[in-house]
Design a protein around this ligand. Structure first.
Ligand SMILES: O=C1O[C@H](COP(=O)(O)O)[C@@H](O)[C@H](O)[C@H]1O
Length: 267
């Protein structure tokens, strides 16, 4: 892994030779954040995305982490979910359960998935209510700088169009300032109905990780990080700017290949 010096306002950029290296670094990083958070406040509230970030977290299931990670203190949430049943192949819950959660000793009552028996609007409202209860008990921390929860870690995967969570380019959902959790019915990528954390919640987290791999995401990576000038496109991933939290990008070489200065860096 190498740290890539890029646009300083856009967080730390970690570039990896291959997916194995990225997985190792990602697992180490998450384990460190978990240790620090459990030590500091007794809980680790982590919000997962869909996409390949889940399989890239696979190393967390390995033996070394059973010594350093206190799984009993983990509380799992989803930054976004598709409006399908939990057994559907498109369900972000199913993806995480099948590839990760079934292999980790997480307390079942600490897994807060989004209700799949409601409409998108009802499920968004209910999920926000659930998070509000957990903020009251401090399982989820509260932000000092906004009226939002402060997740210990929000894990995002950026799509090739620059979306993160179900915050899609040029959609009014990007303007949502009041809700913590909202819904959309017009996702261009199927399924069209989604529930999603809003930008104020993402930007109130203590730590945000954005993962992108593969050449098909290289252009979006460049637009999310490099200086694009005042008239440049503002991708949803570019709107991820934690107010006080730390932002770290995890890329492989292909995804990072269009970043300014990358050709000299990779020599
Ligand atoms: O639809 C979604 O996609 C992204 C990842 O995009 P992909 O094209 O790389 O699969 C994921 O971040 C998000 O949680 C998910 O609902």
């Amino acid at each position: 892994m190498a740290l890539f010096e890029s646009n300083k306002n856009r967080g730390e950029v970690r570039v990896h030779e291959n997916l194995d290296e990225l997985s190792t670094d990602l697992a180490d990083y998450i384990a460190e954040l978990s240790e620090a958070s459990v030590k500091e406040r007794g809980f680790f509230a982590i919000a997962l995305s869909g996409g390949s970030v889940i399989t890239l977290m696979r190393n967390l299931c390995g033996a070394p982490y059973s010594k350093t990670v206190d799984w009993s203190k983990w509380y799992i949430f989803w930054v976004d979910e598709r409006v399908v049943s939990k057994s559907h192949v498109d369900s972000n819950y199913k993806l995480a359960k099948d590839h990760l959660l079934c292999k980790l000793p997480i307390v079942p009552s600490h897994v807060h998935s989004i209700n799949d028996s409601l409409t998108a609007e009802e499920a968004a409202n209910e999920y926000e209510f659930v998070i509000r209860q957990l903020v009251r008990t401090r399982v989820v921390n509260v932000s000092d700088v906004s009226d939002c929860p402060k997740f210990d870690l929000i894990l995002l995967e950026m799509g090739p169009d620059g979306h993160v969570a179900s915050l899609i380019p040029d959609h009014p959902v990007l303007e949502e300032k009041n809700e913590w959790v909202t819904f959309i019915t017009t996702s261009p990528n199927p399924p069209p109905e989604r529930i999603t954390f809003t930008l104020p919640v993402i930007n109130s987290a203590a730590n945000v990780v954005v993962v992108a791999t593969g050449g098909r995401k290289a252009e979006a990576v460049q637009l999310a990080i490099d200086d694009v000038g005042p008239d440049g496109p503002v991708l949803p991933a570019r709107m991820v700017e934690p107010i006080v939290g730390k932002l770290v990008w995890f890329f492989d070489n292909q995804a990072a290949s269009k970043l300014k200065g990358f050709s000299q860096f990779s020599k």
